[in-house]
Each structure stands twice: as C-alpha cells, then as structure tokens.
Write a protein that binds this ligand. Structure first.
Ligand SMILES: Cc1ncc(COP(=O)(O)O)c(C=O)c1O
Length: 409
C-alpha cells in the first residue's frame, strides 16, 4: 500500500484569509470552566424561563401544527411569525407591514445578508467604535474597508460622522446599535438620532439599525427607533433572542420595498427558509400570555445584576478605571487605568478564575486594548461580586493600589 501523503492545503478565497476566529469564540471554551466566573458571554439567562411555559408552547405547535412545523416554508418566513415580529416592532414604534418583514436565523443572519446585498470588496462601511463583534465578523467576509466612528455616553458621536461625510467619504451604509449597545451599553441620545437621520438622508447613505436590546430597558423613557424616524432610509434588524430565547434562532429585518426583495433572494440562497418549527414556536410564545410576564422577569433580573455590577465596580476597581452605566441591555464597558492592557491581562485573569472580553474584539482596527466588556446578563449577583472582586484585585496589583477591604477579606 502506498504511504498516504498529507494533502497540501487547498487554496482558499482571499476573503477566507481575512476570517479569523473571533476573540469571543476563543474565550468560550475557557470561560465555560465551572470554576471561572464568566463576565464574557452575552447569553440571555434563559434559566429563568418557566419550563412549563415553553413545554406548553412547544406541545401546542407539535399537536396543532406538526405538518407545517416539520416542513420547508416560504423564504420570507411564516405569516404568523412575520406578523408577530411586526407586533414586537410596533411596541417600539415601528409600523412595519408584515409583508415587508423577512424572518432570519437570528439578527446575525440578517447582518450577513444585509452585508451581502450592499458590500463589494473595498467598499467603505461605517461602524461604531466599539461595535458588535458579530457584525464586524459578518461584514468582514465581504471585504469592506471599515471606518469606526467613536462613541461616548450618548452613543455614536454623529458629528465625527458628519466630518467624514464633509471630507467626501461615502460609505455603503452606517451600522449602529443605538439602544443599550453591545459592547458599550450606551444609548444614542434623541438629538443625535435626529442628526444621524438627517445627515444620512442628506448624503444618501442608508442606516442599518440593529436593535436586539431595545425592549430590555430598566429605566428612563424609550427613545424612538431610527426606523420609526425614517422608515425609507433605515434597514431595521430585530431578534427574539434577548426577549425570549436564542435557541430557536429567530430574528428579522424590515427594509423599504425594492431592497426587501433583494434581501429575500439573498437569504433564500443561504438557507431556503428559517426553521419553521422555531418560527411557529416563537410566534406562539410572543402572542401567548407568557410573553409579557416573562419579559418583566428578565428585566427585573438584569436590572438587579446591572446594579450589582455597578456596585462591585465601585467597590473593587482601582483609581483611574472608568465604566459606563447602562440603562438597559447586557453590558458594561470599562476603561482601564493608564498603561493597562486588557488583552495582555486576560490569561492572568483566567488564571484567577474570571473572564471578560478584551476591548480589541470590538474594533476593526486594533484599538480597544485599554477596554473590556463586562456582561451582567448571565452570572448571578453573587458571581458578579466575586468576578469583579477577582478582576479588581488583579487590576489593583497592576496599578500598585491596595485592593479594597472587601477584596482582601
Ligand atoms: C448587537 C447584536 N446584534 C445581533 C446579535 C445576534 O443575535 P441573534 O442572532 O441571536 O439575534 C447580537 C447577539 O448578541 C447582538 O448583540
């Protein structure tokens, strides 16, 4: 028998060379060790959903709709799911025609499909700095040139975008998570929303609004979604993942007629249709008596954990550290004292049994070394205190500051 020669690696598309394993994925294996407090993941705490509610909905789908649940369906999604998505959007002031709603495998597929329809290699795309890592990964496959516009406590600094436009830059679209952003936890102010809308309209640049956290507001008044301010120029992406569960992989997008059809054709080529079983389950759940109280349960839980994280940061983080104070969503964005590098410190943090996502994951251009994303959505209050304590101890050692009383207790 001939010795088997190792096959040379086949040549890949240039775009595949640019695809590197996301920092978040690399972390998952470490962060899921039971002794590590993970402040890294962005998972909703589905453990609080009453099993009997989910069982009842799933059983209803199986008993009444099995034939449809197990079958292919139209590429745009099932009518009741498109309607349920439109009803959820209506709660955020969006009047979407269900006929213009495309059901996708989570908001993530919508991001990929939008990028596929808009971007040619070398096109410019504006994201926020920092921006959702999954959007950066999805867009990267289409080989655009990224421009990251900075953020502060009021969200994207829209005047910086205005300067880019004034300098002649015309991106294919501007991507934003205006409410309770991932990773910064901040929300774009009303004034900036209006300015962004008028600026992009004036320059003919579409906006892609990604809003999975909008309904997870702990306090303050809701702000209008960008789509409700300019339905024609805003492609809107929503998701059932954070208000119900990511396990069914149901998200959606709505866009002006003409663009909608292009998105539909692109999405059909990806997967023919999203899981009918998942769609029927999500539609039945969203329209059931369980949705509102369970959403209220999520809100109470996340608010308590947000408070715990802010209190723990106050108690344990060293002088010179900063952090955002989110009014909803899942994340706190922390800035480290001068000279500290979140990426370099991560192995030592994991050694001390706490994980976070270094800020570099959220920029397309290597910035963010002095930042970290801390998630409060999944760890319990006790775990949050302990995780932040461990992290604070490490940071205090680095800055030469004595760790707080509680830290050394
Ligand atoms: C801002 C943002 N967009 C989109 C997604 C994708 O979520 P899904 O595909 O589960 O809807 C996430 C997930 O964390 C997110 O944070």
């Amino acid at each position: 028998m001939q010795p088997v020669q190792p096959l040379p690696f086949p040549p890949l598309a240039a775009r595949a060379a640019g695809l590197s394993e996301s920092e978040v994925r690399a972390l998952f294996s470490v962060a899921s060790r039971p002794d590590v407090v993970s402040l890294a993941g962005g998972m909703p705490d589905v453990r609080i959903l009453p099993a009997e509610h989910v069982a009842e909905i799933v059983a209803r789908v199986v008993r009444r709709e099995l034939g449809r649940a197990l079958q292919y369906c139209g590429g745009a999604g099932l009518p009741e799911t498109r309607e349920a998505a439109a009803e959820l959007m209506a709660m955020e002031g969006i009047h979407a025609d269900p006929g213009n709603v495309l059901i996708t495998a989570g908001g993530q597929q919508a991001l990929d499909t939008v990028a596929k329809v808009f971007l040619d290699p070398g096109d410019r795309v504006v994201v926020e700095g920092p921006s959702y890592v999954g959007a950066i990964s999805a867009f990267s496959a289409y080989e655009p040139r990224f421009l990251a516009v900075g953020m502060d406590d009021d969200g994207m600094i829209v005047e910086d975008l205005a300067e880019l436009f004034a300098g002649g830059v015309r991106p294919k679209f501007v991507y934003t998570v205006p409410s309770f952003s991932n990773p910064a936890g901040v929300t774009m102010s009303y004034t900036r929303r209006l300015r962004l809308i008028s600026l992009c309209r004036e320059h003919g640049v579409p906006i892609v609004e990604d809003n999975p956290y909008g309904m997870l507001r702990f306090e303050g008044e809701p702000l209008p979604t960008l789509h409700s301010l300019d339905p024609e120029n805003v492609v809107y992406i929503g998701s059932a993942s954070k208000v119900f569960a990511p396990g069914f992989r149901v998200g959606w997008t709505t866009a002006r007629p003409g663009l909608f059809e292009r998105l539909l054709v692109a999405k059909e080529a990806e997967d023919l249709c999203s899981s009918a079983f998942g769609q029927l389950t999500v539609a039945a759940y969203v329209r059931s008596e369980h949705f509102a109280p369970n959403l209220a349960g999520y809100l109470a839980l996340y608010r308590e954990r947000r408070d715990a994280m802010l209190a723990a940061l106050e108690a344990h983080f060293p002088e010179g550290a900063t952090w955002t104070r989110p009014r909803g969503g899942f994340y706190v964005w922390a800035g480290l004292p001068d000279g500290l590098d979140a990426k370099a410190l991560l192995p030592e943090a994991v050694e001390r049994r706490v994980a976070y996502v270094p800020g570099t994951a959220f920029y397309p251009d290597g910035r963010g070394r002095d930042r970290m994303r801390l998630s409060f959505c999944y760890p319990t209050v006790g775990e949050i205190h302990e995780g932040v304590r461990r992290l604070g101890e490490l940071l205090c050692e680095q800055t030469g500051e004595a760790a707080s009383e509680a830290a050394s207790a």
